[in-house]
Design a protein around this ligand. Structure first.
Ligand code: AMP
Ligand code: ZN
Ligand code: ZN
Length: 416
């Protein structure tokens, strides 16, 4: 008797669960886009860690040498830029945490994530639904709210514990619907490479395994599409929101060395991540804070008006009056928080972070595209992630909403 190889066995073991096997071949597929976000999948992970399926898609389709993320190089702003073609200052999700209406939006506040008031611009699924197409998402930043009165026909409340292979099977099952119900704009999301990249850093063997784990999900997806006879037609666009840099936990910029970060009479709120500080000075205190921060090392602080134009980050009420951005591999913290961190058992361990200047090489993201609309074996020069929205509109035959992208910059990737 012929023995099954281990990969083969695992595939059929999980295949038995549901999803992968189609009842019918699909012979009436309309132009379809499947946007797959691999969080924190740095531009060089494919060449460096050689995941088999993703490497094959890159080789047979289009890959960009890298895709340039928007500033700040964080998850929420960049996903929503990919979806809308707008810079964060224009779509309103200016950081993972946003201050407006006297409230702070964070990704863990479900009520706010689902509140339309935060989300400006028009994401691709709204463009599709407004123009009579059907959109479906198994997790994507922004799909959990109504925008311009529209949401994808199928969407899910984000829960990172939903097994990744289930996400794949559900996307396949959306495609199994009859043509009048079948979505043409699908999106999905995996956090694995970001989660592991933060914990161990981009250079760790653990991160290589995370890359291969995610490759397994893409392999399952491609098998499912092949069984349905549509693996060459569906336009798969694999994107990352940003890259990942190695961080030594001793590389702290202690902000209290420059001003009293606990003094609410000076600034309130101060919204902090290691890589970005959004400082809202109290009336009359801005000059004092800016002056105190002038000698800062391993970070740069700007008044809003002085933020370099290349960041497209100085318009609108949501950009803080003072913004600080740490250098690659460094993080900003308060003295109190740093003292606690130093006592942790794993203090010596290298970690990963992102959020820095979008010109830093380690922040660059993956773009791989494969399917009927794309050239085969083409390597594109780097382009900014505001261009992805127009790429998707073109494939789907949609009239794009106003956006910051430029289709001319990416026209070479199309097969015709
Ligand atoms: P970051 O802090 O920028 O590294 O964000 C990455 C995290 O974003 C992931 O680990 C997810 O837990 C989270 N995330 C991604 N999509 C969503 C969503 N739609 N709603 C809430 N959290 C999300
Ligand atoms: Zn991310
Ligand atoms: Zn992250």
């Amino acid at each position: 008797m012929k023995r099954c190889g281990p990969v083969f066995t695992i595939f059929f073991l999980f295949a038995a669960l549901s999803g992968v096997f189609a009842k019918h071949k699909i012979t009436d597929l309309k132009p379809t886009v499947l946007l797959i976000s691999l969080d924190g999948f740095r531009y060089d992970y494919t060449e460096r860690y050689t995941p088999p399926t993703i490497s094959r898609l890159a080789k047979d389709g289009v890959r960009a040498r890298w895709m340039i993320p928007s500033f700040p190089t964080k998850t929420f702003p960049n996903h929503y830029t990919i979806a809308t073609g707008l810079y964060p200052a224009h779509h309103g999700i200016v950081e993972n945490n946003v201050y407006d209406f006297g409230e702070i939006f964070t990704m863990s506040k479900r009520k706010e994530v689902e509140n339309p008031r935060w989300w400006w611009g028009e994401p691709i699924w709204v463009t599709a639904e407004k123009q009579g197409q059907i959109a479906a998402s198994y997790f994507f930043v922004g799909t959990e709210t109504m925008i311009e009165g529209e949401a994808p026909t199928h969407w899910r409340t984000y829960n990172g514990r939903v097994p990744n292979i289930m996400r794949v099977d559900k996307i396949l099952s959306y495609l199994d619907q009859p043509v009048d119900k079948r979505p043409t704009m699908l999106s999905m999301y995996f956090s694995t490479t970001d989660d592991v990249g933060h914990e161990f850093g981009p250079d760790a063997e653990e991160t290589k395994y995370a890359v291969w784990e995610v490759d397994g999900y893409i392999q399952r997806l491609m098998e499912g599409l092949k069984i349905r006879g549509i693996d060459r037609q569906v336009n798969i666009i694999i994107v990352a929101d940003h890259g990942m840099a190695a961080v030594d936990q001793r590389n702290a910029v202690v902000m209290d060395d420059y001003f009293d970060t606990t003094d609410k009479k000076l600034a309130d709120p101060i919204i902090t991540t290691g890589e970005i500080w959004q400082i809202f000075p109290k009336p009359g205190k801005e000059d004092e804070i800016v002056r105190s921060l002038a000698p800062i090392k391993h970070a740069t602080c700007w008044r809003k008006a002085d933020i370099p134009a290349r960041f497209h980050y100085n318009e609108g009420r949501r950009i803080a009056p003072v913004v600080c951005s740490s250098d690659e591999g460094w993080f900003m913290t308060s003295r109190e928080r740093y003292e606690t961190q130093k006592k942790l058992d794993d203090f010596g361990q290298t970690r990963g972070a992102h959020g820095y200047d979008n010109r830093v090489q380690s922040m660059q993201a993956t773009f791989i595209a494969h399917g009927a609309a794309f050239k085969r074996g083409y390597v594109a020069e780097p382009f900014p992630n505001v261009d992805v929205y127009n790429i998707m509109c073109k494939i789907l035959g949609l009239t794009p909403a106003t956006n910051d992208g430029d289709l001319d910059r990416v026209k070479a990737i199309f097969s015709k």
